[in-house]
Ligand binder design. Structure first.
Ligand code: AMP
Ligand code: MN
Ligand code: MN
Ligand code: MN
Length: 276
């Protein structure tokens, strides 16, 4: 079976390695097919493809789009699209444009609990200032001794109800799907096990996604438990979704799973890469 890893990040968003280094690492780990899926940004794709061509890794254009569904932040993967598509690029630019202002509001909220300088601290850690994210704030909180690791950051800070979390308007599900489909791509729900949705709401979300032309969900994900794999494998079969596999690698010391090191997709599912 092909070793396909269709979800990972570079310094173009909140990853710790450059796009070129991500591809080098994937090649060294035996990945046959790689999608780089930075948050809301396509800047790493050209370099990643060039390195992948050089290393004999099949490369798939990717992006992880931040959307809001019923007040909840959800991530969709766009895969195998035309990266020069104007509407997709404009849509992603729109999502990026709110991030700096959001970061200022996050920092102001952290000030209230006595954490100073978070905006400047987070901005010092970004390679792409348009893509300042909660990850960069998390790294700042760890570097400053506020939290011991990024996992504990997201238990006590930066999530709904905790200091440093602010409401933000992301893209709409229908808009994100239109951008991906308009650019000739396939959309997949990223790490569906991560969302705090009831079973009924998850089914409603998946139905809406499917009605809007969504074709795939991640079944194997670096942030899924064995139970999630079971649940979302079953839902993929029931809804007729293609199944995706992605580590969600962000960096050597920060990720649960390294590039290409996830278990294979369970039997009985149709891999999303069969339609690329
Ligand atoms: P943002 O797009 O600014 O909302 O940042 C979201 C990013 O924060 C995700 O892509 C992850 O990299 C990181 N993140 C969110 N929740 C967690 C968590 N529970 N554990 C580790 N990283 C997280
Ligand atoms: Mn991330
Ligand atoms: Mn995500
Ligand atoms: Mn991701």
């Amino acid at each position: 079976m092909l070793n396909c890893d269709l979800h990972c990040h570079s310094t173009c968003s909140d990853g710790l390695l450059s796009a070129a280094a991500v591809v080098e690492r994937a090649a060294a780990n035996g990945v046959d097919m790689l999608a780089l899926t930075d948050h809301d940004d396509l800047d790493g794709l050209a370099v990643a493809r060039a390195v992948a061509d050089d290393r004999g890794v099949a490369f798939v254009n990717g992006v992880e789009i931040s959307i809001e569904w019923q007040g909840l932040q959800v991530h969709l993967l766009g895969l195998a699209f035309d990266r020069t598509d104007a509407a997709l690029n404009a849509g992603l630019a729109g999502i990026r444009s709110g991030r700096i202002e959001r970061a200022r509001r996050m920092s102001a909220d952290l000030e209230k609990v006595g954490i100073h300088g978070a905006f400047d601290g987070a901005m010092r850690l970004v390679a792409n200032p348009n893509l300042v994210s909660r990850s960069h704030f998390g790294r700042y909180l760890v570097a400053n001794g506020v939290c011991r690791d990024t996992r504990s950051v997201f238990e006590s800070y930066l999530v709904p109800g905790k200091p440093g979390y602010v409401q933000h308007r992301w893209a709409r599900l229908s808009d994100a799907l239109n951008w991906v489909h308009g650019a000739g791509g396939v959309a997949a729900v990223a790490h569906p096990g991560r969302y705090k949705l009831s079973r009924a709401d998850m089914r409603r979300f998946l139905s809406e996604f499917k009605d809007l032309g969504g074709q795939a969900i991640e079944v194997m994900s670096g942030s899924h438990t064995a139970e999630h794999v079971e649940i979302f494998g079953r839902l993929a079969r029931e809804f007729g979704f293609l199944a995706s596999r992605g580590s969600d690698f962000h960096g050597p010391d920060e990720s649960y799973v390294d590039l290409g090191k996830l278990a294979p997709l369970p039997d009985g599912l149709t891999p999303v890469w069969t339609v690329f």
